[in-house]
Ligand binder design. Structure first.
Ligand code: FES
Length: 59
């Protein structure tokens, strides 16, 4: 989620805050990651080299 924000994309969120460890309960920030099954919560998914987010799903 923070990597997307730094790159200029906004991901909707509800339960993620800067004052708590992410716990992924609201599921509002689900994203698609190329090559991964399902839709992980972006607030609990660590950024890593090689992660690709299809841009048509971020706005
Ligand atoms: S913001 Fe709630 S699960 Fe990510």
């Amino acid at each position: 989620m923070r990597a997307a924000s730094v790159a200029g994309f906004s991901v909707p969120k509800l339960c993620a805050t800067d004052s708590l460890e992410p716990f992924g309960s609201c599921r509002l920030c689900l994203v698609e990651i190329e090559g991964k099954r399902g839709y992980p919560a972006s607030c609990t998914t660590p950024a890593a080299d090689g992660l690709v987010f299809p841009l048509n799903h971020l706005n």
